[in-house]
Design a protein around this ligand. Structure first.
Ligand SMILES: *Cc1c(COP(=O)(O)O)cnc(C)c1O
Length: 648
């Protein structure tokens, strides 16, 4: 243990302040703390996880802090309200939560509850989401809480939405495709009601980052300007132009650059002003989502970050809309936004344990009495001669001798034991050279590969496909770090490999200031026997002390995009709620059992068990197994079916 390492060093290394403030920090014990209300009350996350395990809630585990959700909601509102006051904006903000970001019931219900004082509504993009919203959002007698209907819509969707306008929801149907208008007009005639409509505009403003294609002519959603004009003409002809009340745009998620947001809002404000001038019944300007999350804490326009804060975002929107309206003497619209990521990300933390590690071998071989093969002697000599002056040359020698050893082996001139020795000495050379390069200010490119060789693999009890799908699908970066031992110097560099039998099931990109790191600093695993070196090829025992990692800011999109690769199912979820200075477990949603995931792929646990029973009976009849063991096998099988899909 390094006495010089402090929690401040860990804070800098993992950028906790940057991405985690005011919710996540480190305490004197070296454990991560969570401050769900963003104030002085802090929960020790490591202690919390141990307490949950005592309640038989196993890892991997998702912890949702609903107070963080409430705090995000409150922050967003206070930023926009501040901007409204500062710029003398003459209307209000009525936000909605886009359900697609995370549809889980407990979360949507909590948001609806916390959102009541703000008349905070919901946004849906499909029929199932509409079903959730219609029943979950409470009818607000003031009519100020919005239910915004986006996405592709068929007649069923539109009919349900139109009729629901009559039960008290302030529901607005946003036309995304021109054909939706025709269906709406027919249905409203049929039911003799006036629809409340919006249009989604395809802006010219170029988005940026992964979702940059959400705007422009080729965008999947929205109407072009000629189409919007056609909608206006059509509504005018049928004397329903006052039904068109909302202009919507969405330039993509995680917009890292404030310049892009400014461009979009400028363009949209002008479209809004024009629609009013043309006689539409405009009341709302809906700026969509895109408000970004600073995953790496760098506060830059790097894709994993953002170069603005929530207040800048609010100011720029309010100021631009006001300017455009004032110029044409038009009343300020009610501002609507659909922030998902910025509201939901922070509140969920994924906790998982390391089950094992694979480190670059450290042992050197024992060189025997008898004369070793020339190539082994050459490698050994290289190893012994490495110093500060010649390490570069020695590295090339070592590589050459190792390649030679493999060639010799392939032609039958070296035994397996000899090849093992050659490789071990080669590793020893690499390690010795690597240690020298660590002290140098400059190392040449070919030696950079050496650093990659020194990276360990930590095996984690997790499926990246289930719990962090964006990490493999679109290389999204999330902060990952140990939730304890942060007062100890991490002495390993590692990538994380998950439980799936898929080479993509790994995390090998980590946040760094303005860059991406290829490995994460972690601590050596400790065994319960103190004196042993676990870096030996075969450690003395497999009895590791728990080592827990947290992946943070995973509350948006990760849960619902997860899949059943290798049949690793949904993980355990716990909701924590704070009451003054204490926390309580509000809900536990147990993860999938093996039986449940098998059902998704059409297997019945009963049939499977019956088949296994037949198998054991046949084996019994042939005397291949005794009765006790056959029953033990069946019992095991049944227990496995009832158990969690992860390692326990
Ligand atoms: C996905 C989506 C959002 C949410 O975007 P975030 O960047 O998560 O805030 C909002 N509106 C629409 C139409 C969307 O498709």
């Amino acid at each position: 243990m390094n006495d010089l390492w402090t929690i401040e060093d860990s804070n800098n290394l993992y950028q906790i302040e940057g991405w985690g403030h005011p919710y996540f920090a480190i305490n004197e014990l070296g454990n991560i703390t969570v401050s769900p209300q963003g104030n002085d009350y802090k929960i020790d996350l490591f202690e919390l996880v141990k307490n949950l395990q005592k309640r038989d809630i196993q890892l991997p585990l998702l912890i949702r802090f609903s107070d963080i959700l409430a705090d995000r909601l409150q922050r967003l509102h206070s930023c926009i309200e501040d901007a409204i006051a500062r710029y003398d904006y003459n209307n209000v903000y009525r936000g909605v939560y886009p359900i697609k970001c995370n549809q889980h019931r407990q979360l949507v219900e909590a948001l609806v509850e916390y959102g009541k004082p703000y008349h905070f509504g919901l946004e849906v993009g499909s029929k199932p989401e509409l079903m959730i919203a219609l029943a979950t959002l409470e009818v607000d007698e003031t009519g100020e809480t919005l239910l915004i209907c986006n996405g592709y819509k068929d007649e069923d969707y539109l009919e349900t939405a139109l009729l629901a306008q009559q039960v008290g929801h302030n529901l607005i149907i946003v036309i995304e495709q021109i054909n939706e208008l025709y269906i709406i007009l027919e249905l409203s005639k049929k039911f003799n009601l006036k629809p409340q409509l919006g249009v989604r505009a395809k802006l010219q403003t170029k988005g940026s980052g992964h979702w940059g294609d959400s705007t422009g002519e080729k965008a999947k959603f929205g109407l072009t300007i000629p189409e919007i004009v056609a909608v206006v003409n059509r509504l005018e002809k049928t004397d329903q132009l006052e039904c068109l009340q909302l202009l919507h745009f969405h330039i993509g998620s995680q917009i890292s650059s404030i310049a892009v947001i400014k461009d979009a809002i400028r363009e949209a404000s002008q479209i809004y002003v024009q629609l009013v001038t043309m006689g539409a019944g405009m009341k709302y300007l809906d700026v969509g989502g895109g408000l970004a999350v600073d995953y790496d804490g760098s506060k830059t326009n790097f894709y994993a970050s953002k170069n603005y804060n929530m207040q800048n975002y609010a100011n720029d929107i309010v100021a631009a809309v006001k300017d455009a309206c004032d110029e044409k003497n038009i009343p300020h619209p009610i501002l609507v936004s659909e922030s998902g990521r910025a509201i939901a990300s922070h509140h969920s933390v994924l906790i998982f344990n390391v089950v094992n590690s694979n480190n670059p071998p450290q042992e050197l071989p024992i060189i025997g009495e008898e004369k070793e093969h020339l190539v082994i002697r050459n490698l050994w000599e290289t190893y012994e001669n490495i110093d500060e002056e010649n390490y570069q040359e020695m590295y090339h020698d070592a590589v050459q001798f190792k390649d030679e050893a493999i060639s010799l082996f392939n032609f039958g001139y070296l035994t397996l034991k000899e090849r093992a020795k050659a490789e071990q000495i080669y590793w020893g050379c690499c390690r010795k050279i690597y240690e020298i390069t660590q002290k140098e200010s400059y190392v040449s490119d070919d030696l950079n590969d050496l650093a990659d060789l020194m990276i360990s693999t930590y095996y984690v009890n997790l499926s990246v496909f289930q719990s962090a799908p964006d990490a493999w699908a679109i290389d999204q970066l999330f902060p990952v770090l140990p939730i304890h031992r942060l007062n100890e110097k991490p002495n390993k560099k590692a990538i994380l490999a998950d439980l799936t039998c898929d080479s993509d099931g790994k995390i090998d990109k980590f946040i760094d200031l303005l860059d991406v790191k290829k490995s994460l600093e972690l601590h050596s695993l400790e065994t319960n026997k103190n004196d042993e070196n676990i870096d030996n090829l075969i450690p003395e025992s497999n009895d590791f002390k728990p080592y827990y990692l947290g992946m943070f800011l995973v509350g948006a999109y990760q849960e619902i995009m997860g899949n059943l690769h290798n049949l690793f199912g949904d993980i355990n979820v716990v909701h924590i709620e704070c009451k003054k200075d204490a926390y309580q477990i509000k809900y536990v949603v147990k993860g999938d059992t093996v039986t449940e995931v098998l059902k998704y792929v059409e297997y019945s646990a009963e049939d499977l068990t019956e088949k296994l029973r037949c198998l054991t009976e046949n084996a019994l009849a042939k005397n291949q197994i005794d009765l006790d063991n056959s029953q033990r096998l069946i019992k095991n099988y049944e227990e496995n079916l009832r158990s969690y899909t992860y390692l326990i």
